[in-house]
Write a protein that binds this ligand. Structure first.
Ligand code: PLP
Ligand code: SF4
Length: 357
């Protein structure tokens, strides 16, 4: 394949401690984490995203998302390998169905940057679990037999790490069977060069396509990212952002307000703000529900209603997503009732154990 700006970025991904040290003043904790935890969840940072990191500030919000700390090796109460039980609810290989009308389809396990808060770390970056293209047809056949599923979330990994040719084959395969296609991608944030005119022409042929982006902080809101969103919107895509609320990164009304304003100015609606999933090693990022609700409350007045995401928690064990504001506080714990009426207790303001009721 001819090398383009984005494929060169993928090949130039920073993958080792030595490569990283050439650019960043690592702390002792980061260096140790890179040595000890490398086998658990690999390092991968596109040169573009690396360029957004403050090499001197250990608390840089971009750095926290991309460079591991020792806390990633800790298993906190309530944490699980597959917190959303995605591997359990699989009617076809690479397809998770949790709701009556929609399904989630994994097409790759590659990303431009491996986020330290990733929910799917058990699969992502593990070459042994890569999705085979032969599974695409199986998924399409399943969709054909289940017309009640009309909303397909294409995810991964990052689907936009695939070549244009593969993406075209994928869309040709699934498009006839669903009315809504969503593509979950972090490329506008981590590798905006991927949003080429050729890709946009391709996407324009398969509308309606909803693009679900993943911006978490105003430092990610660069001119390159703005251009990527503009190109996708001009191709007819509907853009929505799904952010993760993370302690020390964006658990701050001012930061989120800036992020939301920028997204709206670039035709991308803030859709969700998620409580960090109960994935192993992510306790360092989880934010108390009371804090998240306080932030949402203070955003309400000053923000355009268009810029208000839904603050949600994806309940462990695959019980689905619920609004945090619909939870009932019982002392330090929160009781949530999912769409099927099942009740679950998330203890210690969202930082503790998980109990089915
Ligand atoms: C989040 C999710 C969806 C989509 O949910 P919406 O609330 O419609 O955005 C679909 N399937 C699975 C398995 C999910 O986790
Ligand atoms: S881009 Fe998405 S799938 Fe990839 S590491 Fe980040 S959160 Fe996980």
């Amino acid at each position: 394949m001819m090398d383009t700006k984005w494929t060169a970025q993928m090949r130039g991904q920073i993958r080792t401690l030595a490569q990283l040290e050439a650019h960043i003043d690592l702390t002792t904790d980061e260096r140790q984490a890179l040595e000890v935890l490398a086998s658990r969840f690999r390092l991968g940072i596109s040169p573009y995203y690396l360029g957004l990191i403050d090499p001197k500030d250990p608390d840089c919000p971009i750095r926290r998302q991309a460079i591991p700390r020792m806390a990633e090796g800790e298993l906190a109460v309530g944490e699980m390998e597959d917190p959303l039980a995605e591997d359990r609810d699989m009617p076809s290989p690479a397809l998770t169905r949790r709701y009556p009308n929609r399904a989630l389809f994994y097409v790759t396990h590659t990303c431009a940057v491996y986020c330290r808060h990733c929910t799917r770390r058990r699969k992502v970056s593990d070459p042994g679990s890569a999705v085979r293209k032969s599974q695409w047809q199986a998924a399409a056949d399943w969709l054909k037999e289940h017309p009640e599923v009309d909303d397909l979330v294409i995810s991964g990994g990052d689907p936009l790490t695939l070549s244009d040719k593969k993406i075209e084959e994928l869309l040709v395969t699934v498009r006839p069977h669903v009315s809504i296609i969503r593509i979950g991608t972090r490329q506008p944030t981590t590798l905006p060069q991927r949003i080429t005119p050729e890709l946009c022409e391709l996407l324009a042929r398969f509308q309606p396509i909803y693009i679900m982006t993943h911006f978490n902080h105003p430092k990610e809101c660069t001119p390159e990212a703005a251009q990527a969103l503009e190109s996708l919107a001009n191709a007819g895509c509907v853009l929505s952002n799904q952010a993760v609320l993370m302690r020390g990164i964006n658990d701050n009304a001012e930061v989120l307000s800036q992020l939301h304003k920028w997204l709206l100015a670039h035709r991308c609606r803030p859709y969700r703000l998620y409580h960090c999933d109960y994935t192993e090693g992510t306790q360092q990022f989880r934010t108390p529900f009371s804090k998240g609700l306080e932030i949402m409350r203070s955003l309400r007045g000053p923000s355009s209603g268009l810029g208000m995401p839904e603050y949600m928690v994806d309940l462990p064990h695959g019980w689905g997503k619920v609004l945090v504001s619909e939870g009932v506080r019982i002392d330090e714990d929160w009781k949530f009732t999912n769409w099927e009426g099942h009740e679950m207790l998330l203890e210690q303001d969202g930082l503790g154990a998980v109990r089915k009721l």
